[in-house]
Design a protein around this ligand. Structure first.
Ligand code: NCD
Length: 304
């Protein structure tokens, strides 16, 4: 039985197979409409989410399965003091697969060790968010036709943004990727990541101003400042509008640059950018459903 805790749990060959399956689902949705008849997905969300939870639920429903679960710690027995290990043992009796989001790093991993059904990490604290990474990679691969030879800018909260950490760990396995980290001093990319890039000889630079690097980017991954991980409200208020991508900044970019964002957006992308053909963040949401459908089929070992 397999779980998904980090994007590295799949080899690049396995990812390739998963993305081919996702594209086939995109092109032939009817073919997959009953693959999970009678199967249940449990969504155990101890931290708020709209996109990820609903995306998992839509994915399972599109496959003919059904969904049970809870959407906050307050509405589960966690509020009575139940451990994640006990919760997953119980969920294993009710469902065939579980997607778990938790504010504590490593909680889904603890659950996986006690589970008799596949567990998917749907985001653990500031650590990892592998299904967002599957979504991001599928979007890039589908819209650009490749996952190598890119200069990618990651902008915003690079310190707390788990989607950023997961995406970097996945992209370093592809050829000729260089990273441009764009953040205020306080939200710089963690040192363990830059150390790893140095060891692997992967080019990267760190800058504060988005404008100065815009012309060289093939992909721009915008992120929101992660308010819930701040200890100090004043710091959040000072940093939250540090970057605002608008039409003027987009005019500095390549004609075929893609703008990605895991969403939710706060102010970091002005709505005037939404109509720009390079804005891919809403198409990315749709790819998230295909990626999760492909993942559910893969982990449940359902062949179509
Ligand atoms: C991201 C997350 O939860 O980390 N959202 C998502 O899953 N699409 C990004 C974010 O909340 O900023």
């Amino acid at each position: 039985m397999r779980h998904l805790m980090s994007p590295l749990d799949f080899t690049t060959e396995e990812l390739d197979k998963l993305f081919q399956l996702a594209n086939d689902i995109e092109n032939n949705p009817k073919k997959y409409a009953h693959c999970c008849d009678g199967k249940k997905l449990a969504t155990c969300f101890y931290e708020p989410s709209t996109r990820t939870r609903l995306s998992f639920e839509a994915a399972m429903i599109n496959l003919g399965g059904s969904v049970i679960g809870f959407s906050s710690a307050a509405s589960s027995s966690a509020s009575k003091g139940e451990s994640v290990s006990d919760t997953i043992r119980m969920i294993s009796c009710y469902a065939d697969i579980c997607a778990m989001r938790h504010p504590k790093e490593g909680a889904p991993m603890v659950a996986a060790t006690k589970s008799s059904i596949p567990v998917v990490n749907a985001g653990d604290g500031g650590h990892q968010h592998p299904t967002q990474t599957l979504t991001d990679l599928l979007t890039i691969r589908s819209l650009k036709g490749r996952l190598n030879n890119f200069t990618i800018g990651l902008c915003g909260d690079l310190k707390f943004g788990r989607t950023v950490h997961s995406l970097i760990s996945a992209l370093i396995r592809y050829e000729n990727i260089s990273f441009v980290f764009i953040s205020p001093e306080e939200l710089r990319i963690p040192e363990y990541i830059t150390e790893q890039l140095k060891e692997l000889n992967i080019p990267y630079e760190e800058v504060i101003r988005l404008e100065e690097v815009m012309p060289k980017l093939d992909l721009l991954y915008m992120t929101r400042v992660q308010q819930e991980r701040f200890f100090n409200e004043e710091d959040y208020i000072r940093l939250k509008d540090f970057y605002i991508l608008d039409k003027a900044k987009m005019s500095l970019a390549k004609d075929d640059m893609l703008v990605l964002h895991p969403l939710p957006r706060v102010n970091e992308i002005s709505v005037e950018v939404d109509d720009d053909p390079r804005a891919a963040y809403f198409r990315q949401v749709q790819y998230g459903v295909y990626a999760r459908m492909a993942l559910i089929l893969t982990l449940l070992e359902i062949e179509v």
